[in-house]
Every structure is written in structure tokens, then in C-alpha cells.
Design a protein around this ligand. Sequence first.
Ligand code: FMN
Length: 196
Amino acid sequence: MSLVLDPAAQDLLFREARTANTFTDEPVTDEQVQAIYDLVKYGPTAFNQTPLRITLVRSPEARERLVQHMAEGNQPKTATAPLVAILSADNEFHEELPALFPAFPQAKDVFFAERPAREGSAALNAALQAAYFIVGVRAAGLAAGPMTGFDFEGVRKEFLDDDHTPLMIVNIGRPGQDAWYPRSPRLAYVDVVTTV
Ligand SMILES: Cc1cc2nc3c(=O)[nH]c(=O)nc-3n(C[C@H](O)[C@H](O)[C@H](O)COP(=O)(O)O)c2cc1C
């Protein structure tokens, strides 16, 4: 009763949504990915810095190169998912800040002149955006399989550059056969929330 979001949407985004480990062959189109991005880009980040960058791994040759960097248990699903996305944080996001945060264009120099400050902020805010992205995939009626079981330095060298830090790799598609493990329990409200 406390939530205004339609119950069917609550199920789609959270209660019934699962992390898929297998997928059907149905392709995921660029139009779907664009619709997902155009929704989740409105999720908030500090100073509106939006440091998430998304690399769609579409060619079979690139897919093969990526699979080599995945942990063994993640290799089959990364090899067979209709679409795989590398999510990374842009550590040079500050270049866009004057345009992205016109209310305080000096933020670029006041807070983000030093690379370590940018890296910390980019890691947090791109991770937030990765979470929005996963929920956006679900909003498109698709399932996401996020993974951090891979060689981060290998993926950075193979697909990115020194200015980008890999965050996670996400398999995307419609769930296939035996797509998920049994649902694991979640911590209860009383175990997580304290009031002071
Ligand atoms: C950031 C992140 C990293 C993950 N890494 C892996 C991974 O490397 N391999 C894997 O099989 N599952 C991975 N998972 C999947 C989680 O185990 C799964 O989302 C969680 O158990 C919840 O499952 P459910 O959505 O089916 O309830 C990852 C999930 C997240 C969000």
C-alpha cells in the first residue's frame, strides 16, 4: 500500500526479476539498448557526472576475445548470451562536467582536478549507474546477468584504455532453460535498517 508503482511493474523490476545464467537465441537489438539507456540516464549521480560507459560486444571475434578473460564458470554464459556489455567508469568524466552540471561549472577544477579523486567518484557513480542499467534491462522485459568474475586488467587492456576502469560485464537476453538458481534469501528490514 505504501508503494505507488504499479504492482506488475514492481514484480517486473524486482520481485519476479532474476539473474539469468542461460539465454534464448532471441537477439537484443541496438534499439532496445538505446531505449534502456534513454530511460536509465536519468538516474542520479554526484554533480550529474554520469561516468558510466557501455561497450557492446557484438562481433563473434570480440566475443571470443572477451570469453578468454572470463572466470571459467562465467565463460559458457558469456559465450552464448545474445548480447554482452562491458560496463566501465570513465575516469576523465570531468571534461564533460561544465556541460553536465551548468549550475556549478567550477566543480571540474574545484573537486576533480586530481586523478585519484576522479577515480573514487567515478567508481561509485558508475556503479550506481550500472545498477540503474540492470533495472532498465528488466524494464525492457529482458534479463541481465551481471558478472565481476573476470580478469579486470585483461579486459581493460583488451577493450578499454587507461582512462577507463572496468566495473562489470553484463549478459543480456531472454532467459533460457534452467536460467536461474533457486532464489536466495534476502536480509530482512529489521536486520538492515537502524534508526537513530
Ligand atoms: C556486481 C555483480 C557481480 C556478479 N558476479 C557474478 C559472477 O561473476 N558470476 C555469476 O555467476 N554471478 C554473478 N553475479 C550474480 C549474483 O550472484 C546474483 O545476481 C545474486 O545472487 C542474485 O540472484 P537473483 O537475481 O537470481 O536473486 C553477480 C551479480 C552482481 C550484481
